[in-house]
Every structure is written in structure tokens, then in C-alpha cells.
Design a protein around this ligand. Structure first.
Ligand SMILES: CCCCCCCCCCCCC/C=C/[C@@H](O)[C@H](COP(=O)(O)O)NC(=O)CCCCC
Ligand SMILES: Nc1ncnc2c1ncn2[C@@H]1O[C@H](COP(=O)(O)OP(=O)(O)O)[C@@H](O)[C@H]1O
Ligand SMILES: [Ca+2]
Length: 552
């Protein structure tokens, strides 16, 4: 085939026809980017006695990249069957019996997407078939769309509705879009992670989908990242190893308790919306924070790495799993009343000014310009050798060191927005800038901490307190003041100086020597950690939160 004919082959064919929706006639045009239809109204100009066609304001357009599928219309797609078969419509369908239906993405507000249908009729079967063929040709040129997916469902996540959500809301959409899916319903914790790590034949798929919460996403993340590093001979135990980005994208169908990763990348926790983002082949790069204890790899985090308050909430809530998502409310109140603080040293390497700062009010949105620039390994001055880092860190190397008593230490690699906290723990954090926002909440009164927590749920600035500081960093370390063995963790109470609120054996009025780190909802086995952000290590089937959209 010559180059010219090859190019001609790839050029999408364009179409323009007069087609009908019920008894209304439309000029329907398919160009390279849009499918548009505009009503043509027959208006009789009485003065001249001639009939002429004029265009009215009834016009619509959808982007080709947001078309889900096109099909020959079935009886069900016809308006006369839906409306009880009005006589006029029936007659009309006898005149124009051939029809095709286009399914497309419609925005319904609050970042939700729905799949809508529009059906066009014509008298000519060949024309109808040509429309279907040409639209399908255009869809087949959209190379980022997945054709084959590997789906893992956690049947016990959230309110235990994962399987039903997938079968009733997601699978029909995948079928409509001609996406094939191999589905695995997990039988134990870490089933999905282990399957991805060693068994799954990943060459067969264009992406991996998890149906569940942040914990389930974390399994997929660990399975895919570990598999990729193993395949490329990269040792994850080396804290400064340059990790290889994963080639497969990950889709999240929210069916968990918090679903923060879905909410912060899509703007809503809605299975249909997420399925449509997968179908249209969206791609959102994401930072991944790798966490080590000495030279031992612990876990990866994409959302919240939290010590103190959120670590304690997570530890306590695990014992109440049977309560479902409500476990977090109960454990949140209990942990708040305990009012523990923890001593330790935080050292961090601040990010450069060009990635903004956590208080700049520049929220990460779809097409975010801060996240467009992915630093290459040449311009990464923060990546020093381990030895040099250690020797330099308290001198003039740029490392900052803070010792103190903290109620919470939170590293948010993205905003961590979720329904409980609609703007998140760090509202201006970015999904793919290679940094994490390190939030230090120092020992303060219960009342002050409550004021800070309440600001996670409203529009006020949660960093505008004397006891809170926030830094945008690329890497940080934490060393607890008291190194205790895991068996001692609930011992050694220490006076905090605040009055008792509860009685009995609870830890109120005292602080334990150490808390635990929660890492995207999983508890880490060590408290002394170092964490480094790996810029854009993975990609999701998402596009970031869209700016307020025009509704259709
Ligand atoms: C007095 C009112 C206080 C209200 C504070 C509410 C603040 C909530 C912020 C939540 C940030 C969540 C960050 C994401 C964490 C998830 O990874 C984790 C696990 O999710 P999942 O696997 O889906 O269960 N969820 C949590 O840690 C929940 C924290 C809730 C704390 C109340
Ligand atoms: N079949 C299973 N049985 C028990 N636990 C599972 C199973 N599949 C996954 N898990 C684990 O369940 C935990 C919670 O899952 P997740 O989907 O995040 O729900 P939630 O948001 O309610 O915490 C995760 O740690 C995951 O590893
Ligand atoms: Ca980030």
C-alpha cells in the first residue's frame, strides 16, 4: 500500500444527510470531531406563496470522542413504542423505517455522566448502514479506547454491593461499547494483588479495573507496580530506585467506604460515570509515593499517608469493619476524644517554587498546567545519593528538620477530596506534579483541633491556624522520638495536660508513645519511614475533575 493510500485509509469519512427524529427533520453532520444535528423547519411564507426551509435554534452537537457506540435501532429505541404508539409517529416510522441509535456521554451536573441515546430515521437502508459504518470507522480511530479489560471485584468492600454494581450498572455499558471483560471476584484479601503480580497474562489487556474502595485500588496498584518493576529488573527495596511507569491504565468503579481516589480524580463517586470514563479511554497520570523503612520497601501511597489522628482512626476502624462505612464516624469520634499527640522528627526536602504551594488556591483540574510538566531524570536536583542525603540533611542541602509533638502528620499526594471532605485534606494538591503536601498539626487544645477538623468539611482554610503548617515536598522522613517494639505500642502513657473527657481504660488524657501510619487506608508495620514521590508512575482511566460544565 502506498503512503498516500495509507493516509487516505486513516482519514475519517465525513457525512451529511437530512434525517428524522419522529416527525422533525434534521440536518445531521459528522465531521472529524463532532456529530451535530440542527432542526430544519418547513415554514410556509404565505406572502410569496412559496415553501422554504429555514434553520431554527434547535441544534445539538456531541464530540465523536464522547460517543459510546452506534447501533442499528431496535424496536425499543423507537419513540412510538415508548409513548404508547401515537398514530402520527407510527405513520412516520412506516415512511422512514430505517434507523440508527447513537449512545453518547451526557453531563448531568455534579461531575456526573450518563449514557444517553439519540435515534435518527431515514427512508433508505443503505444510507442508514453508511452512517453506522462511518461512525464506527471514526470510533475505531480512537486509539486510547480500551477493547479488553481485566476486572477485579471486592464483594465485601463498602456496603458489599460491588458485584451488583458491576453487573447492573457497568457490564451493560461495557457490552454496549464492545469492550470485553474478564471478571475475577476476589476470594480473600490480596487475591487481586497476588494475581496481578505473578499470574495474570497482562499482554491480553488494555487496562485493569477495580470495583471496590481505596483498599482494593491499593491492591491493584501494588500488583501492577510490582509486576512492572519485576519485569524490568528494578529493586523496589532501594528507596532511590527509578521506578518504571506502568503501561496499563487503572479504572476505578467506586464501591467502597471512602472512595477518595475516585472522587479526587473524577469529581464524584458514581459507578456509571467511572464506567464512561473508562469507555472513552481517558488517561490521568498520577503520582505514587513509595514508602520505605530503612532499605526495606513497605508500601505505595497515592492519597493519604497519615500518622497520628488518621492512623489512629484507621487502626480503630479496622476492628469495626462489620459496621461498613459508618465505622469511620465512630472511630473518628473516639480518636478525637482520645486527643493523643506523638513526638518525633520530620525532615523534608521542599519542592521548587514552580510547582506552586499548598496555599496558592490553584486547584488541580482537568488539563492542569502544573501537572503537564513531568521532570526528566536530568532536572531532578532533589535526587541525591542516599549517603549524601543523610550527611547533608541537617546542613545546607535544602532539607528542613522539624522536631515536635504532633496530633497529626499527613502527607497528601493529591487533594484527598471525598464526600466527607469535598475539597480534601489539601485542596490545592496536584495529582501528577511529583510532590506531596506535608501537613503538620502540632499539639493543640481539643477545641482548636476540632476547629481544624471542621475546616476539612467546609470552605474555610484548614491551614490558617498557628498550630498547622504545610509544605509541598518531594521526599520526607519521620523518626518517632521513642522507638518501641510493636508489642509496646499501647503502653507508656504520658500526661498531655488536658482535662479528662471520658473515663475507664480509654487512652484519653494520655498519649501513647507511637501511632501508626495509615497508607491509603492500610496500616504500616513501622513508624520510622521515608517517603518519596514518584512522578506520574501510573495512569488512571480518568481526566481529573472538569471545571464546572455546561449541562446538556
Ligand atoms: C468533626 C468532624 C470531623 C470530620 C473530618 C472529616 C475529614 C475526612 C477526611 C478524609 C480523608 C480521607 C483520605 C482517604 C483515605 C482513604 O484512603 C481511607 C480508606 O478508604 P476505604 O478503603 O475506601 O475505606 N479512608 C479513611 O481513612 C477514612 C478517614 C475518615 C476519617 C473520619
Ligand atoms: N474477597 C475478599 N475478602 C476479604 N477481604 C478482601 C477481599 N477482597 C479484597 N479484600 C480487602 O478488603 C479491604 C477493603 O476493601 P475496599 O474495597 O477498599 O473496601 P472499603 O472501602 O470498605 O475499605 C482491602 O484491604 C482489600 O485488600
Ligand atoms: Ca502530587
Amino acid at each position: 500500500m502506498t503512503r498516500l493510500s495509507e493516509m487516505m485509509e486513516k482519514q475519517p469519512r465525513l457525512l451529511s444527510s437530512k434525517l428524522f427524529q419522529r416527525h422533525r427533520q434534521f440536518e445531521v453532520v459528522l465531521n472529524r470531531s463532532d456529530l451535530a444535528w440542527k432542526e430544519i423547519e418547513k415554514s410556509r411564507q404565505r406572502s410569496s406563496g412559496i415553501s422554504r426551509e429555514s434553520e431554527t435554534a434547535h441544534s445539538h452537537a456531541i464530540q465523536v470522542c464522547e460517543i459510546v457506540a452506534v447501533r442499528k435501532s431496535e424496536e425499543d429505541d423507537r419513540d412510538d413504542t415508548k409513548t404508547g404508539g401515537q398514530k402520527k409517529a407510527k405513520q412516520h416510522y412506516q415512511l422512514y423505517p430505517h434507523a440508527f441509535t447513537v449512545s453518547y456521554v451526557r453531563r448531568t451536573g455534579q461531575h456526573r455522566w450518563r449514557c444517553s441515546d439519540v435515534t435518527f430515521h431515514c427512508a433508505n437502508q443503505a444510507l442508514c448502514e453508511e452512517w453506522i459504518q462511518v461512525i464506527n470507522e471514526q470510533l475505531s480511530l480512537l486509539a486510547s479506547r480500551p477493547k479488553s479489560l481485566l476486572v477485579y471485584i471486592n464483594p465485601y468492600g463498602g456496603k458489599r454491593r460491588g458485584k451488583r454494581i458491576y453487573e447492573q450498572k457497568v457490564a451493560p455499558l461495557f457490552r454496549r461499547a464492545s469492550i470485553s471483560a474478564d471478571v475475577i471476584v476476589t476470594e480473600r484479601a490480596n487475591h487481586a494483588r497476588d494475581h496481578l503480580k505473578t499470574e495474570a497474562n497482562l499482554d491480553k489487556y488494555d487496562g485493569v479495573v477495580c470495583v471496590g474502595g481505596d483498599g482494593m485500588f491499593s491492591e491493584i496498584l501494588h500488583g501492577l507496580v510490582t509486576r512492572t518493576q519485576t519485569d524490568h529488573g528494578v529493586d523496589q527495596n532501594q528507596p532511590d530506585a527509578e521506578l518504571v511507569p506502568c503501561s496499563l491504565r487503572i479504572g476505578i468503579i467506586p464501591a467502597g467506604s471512602t472512595d477518595c481516589i475516585c472522587f479526587a480524580t473524577v469529581g464524584t463517586n458514581d459507578p456509571v460515570t467511572s464506567a464512561l470514563h473508562i469507555i472513552v479511554g481517558d488517561s490521568q497520570p498520577m503520582d505514587v509515593c513509595s514508602v520505605h523503612h530503612n532499605d526495606f520497601f513497605l508500601r505505595y501511597s497515592v492519597s493519604l499517608l497519615g500518622y497520628g489522628f488518621y492512623g489512629d482512626v484507621q487502626t480503630d476502624s479496622e476492628r469495626k469493619r462489620w459496621l461498613g462505612p459508618a465505622r469511620y464516624d465512630l472511630s473518628g469520634v473516639k480518636t478525637f476524644l482520645s486527643h493523643n499527640y506523638y513526638e518525633g522528627t520530620v525532615s523534608f526536602l521542599p519542592a521548587e517554587d514552580d510547582v506552586g504551594n499548598p496555599r496558592d488556591k490553584l486547584q488541580c483540574r482537568s488539563g492542569c498546567h502544573v501537572c503537564q510538566h513531568k521532570p526528566s531524570s536530568k532536572d531532578k536536583p532533589w535526587e541525591m545519593s542516599e549517603e549524601k542525603e543523610k550527611s547533608d540533611k541537617e546542613s545546607s542541602s535544602g532539607w528542613s528538620v522539624i522536631r515536635g509533638k504532633f496530633i497529626a502528620i499527613n502527607a497528601a499526594s493529591m487533594s484527598c477530596a471525598c464526600p466527607r471532605s469535598p475539597k480534601g485534606l489539601s485542596p490545592s494538591a496536584h495529582l501528577a506534579d511529583g510532590t506531596t503536601d506535608l501537613i503538620l498539626v502540632r499539639k493543640c487544645s481539643r477545641f482548636d483541633f476540632l476547629r481544624h477538623l471542621l475546616r476539612h468539611t467546609n470552605k474555610e482554610d484548614q491551614f490558617d491556624h498557628s498550630f498547622v503548617e504545610v509544605h509541598r515536598v518531594r521526599t520526607f522522613r519521620f523518626q518517632p522520638r521513642h522507638q518501641v517494639s510493636l508489642g509496646d505500642l499501647s503502653e507508656t502513657p504520658k500526661k498531655t495536660g488536658f482535662g479528662p473527657i471520658c473515663s475507664g481504660q480509654m487512652t484519653c488524657n494520655y498519649s501513647k508513645a507511637q501511632s501508626s501510619w495509615t497508607c491509603d487506608g492500610e496500616i504500616l508495620p513501622h513508624t520510622a519511614i521515608q517517603a518519596s514521590v514518584q512522578c506520574q508512575l501510573i495512569r488512571l482511566f480518568a481526566r481529573g475533575i472538569e471545571e464546572q460544565q455546561q449541562l446538556q
